[in-house]
Design a protein around this ligand. Structure first.
Ligand code: HBI
Ligand code: FE
Length: 296
């Protein structure tokens, strides 16, 4: 079993050159996972379960329970697909890693979520530069059980396919929307702010930082504000956007984006750490520890 993913090219995106893997859909090679692989899954799963108590959103925790994932071994995609298909019609497909954007959008538009089949090595427990099985399966998959979020993800995919035909700027704006919601979004609950973004929920340190540090801004979600805001790919976010509900997110993406892209073209992007007078501010960050350059 060839365990190193096949990098076929690098794609120049707003994140610079990112390795892009073959677009092939691969069967999950479950029987070839080593005891190290299962141990890495167990360690990350158990650690995150503890960190997420009182930090993950109610919807995430409810969805995660319904998926019946356990720490004792890496879940089987086929088992998860039986549950997922029955709930929202979504299914997982195995991939080598990051896909070309259009391929990725097309999968989402058809309720297929690409999950990297390999898991990080023990020495990468705390950080790796690209999404692995833990990031995708633990971070992204549970919320696909939530009907409204499941609809949002499909709408995002359809929007992405459309934007791909419009112009590269549209894609940059759309990627920011994905980044500040699906990957690094916070949601307001009666008992406080909670996490729903996969990039946070699959990271111990950012699960704590995103809610409890005074350094980052926490700002109420506004679609065009988010689509103008640059972000970080190598550090914690300087700003987290807070939605009221997944319904709010779904409503925001209902209109045709063409006039929105038009308007966005007339505005400059907003640096990741800025706070605007028009922002609904939950927390104005101290900026402690921020790097001055490197916003994408
Ligand atoms: N490919 N497998 C995979 N997973 C992702 O999350 C992913 C991707 N390709 C592109 C991408 N994400 C982002 O650029 C999205 O904003 C499109
Ligand atoms: Fe992700």
């Amino acid at each position: 079993m060839n365990t190193t993913p096949q990098r076929v090219e690098h794609q120049l995106t707003d994140k610079g050159y990112v390795p892009v893997y073959t677009t092939a859909v691969v069967e999950q090679p479950w029987s070839s996972y080593s005891s190290d692989d299962h141990a890495v899954w167990a360690q990350l799963f158990e650690r995150q379960q503890k960190v997420l108590v009182g930090r993950a959103s109610d919807e995430f925790l409810t969805a995660q329970r319904a998926m019946h994932m356990t720490p004792d071994r890496i879940p089987k995609f086929d088992d998860l697909n039986r549950t997922l298909r029955a709930h929202t019609g979504w299914e997982l497909i195995g991939v080598e890693g990051l896909l070309p954007e259009l391929t990725f959008f097309d999968h989402l538009a058809n309720r297929r979520f690409p999950v990297t089949w390999w898991i990080r090595k023990p020495e990468q427990i705390d950080y790796l530069s690209e999404p692995d099985l833990f990031h995708d399966l633990f971070g992204h998959v549970p919320l696909l059980m939530n009907p409204v979020f499941a609809d949002y993800m499909q709408a995002y995919g359809k929007g992405g396919v459309k934007a791909h035909g419009i112009d590269p700027d549209a894609l940059v704006h759309l990627t920011r929307l994905y980044w500040y919601t699906v990957e690094f979004g916070l949601i307001k609950q009666a008992d406080g702010l909670r996490i729903y973004g996969s990039g946070i929920v699959s990271s111990k340190s950012e699960s704590i930082y995103s809610l409890e540090s005074n350094a980052p801004n926490r700002i109420g979600f506004d679609l065009e504000r988010v689509m103008r805001t640059r972000y970080r790919i190598d550090t914690f976010q300087k700003t987290y956007f807070v939605i009221d509900s997944f319904e709010q997110l779904m409503r925001a993406t209902e209109p045709d984006f063409t006039p929105i892209y038009q308007r966005l073209r007339e505005h400059d992007s907003i640096p990741a750490g800025d706070v605007l007078a028009s922002d609904a501010v939950f927390n104005r960050g101290t900026g402690e520890g921020w790097l001055t350059d490197g916003d994408v």
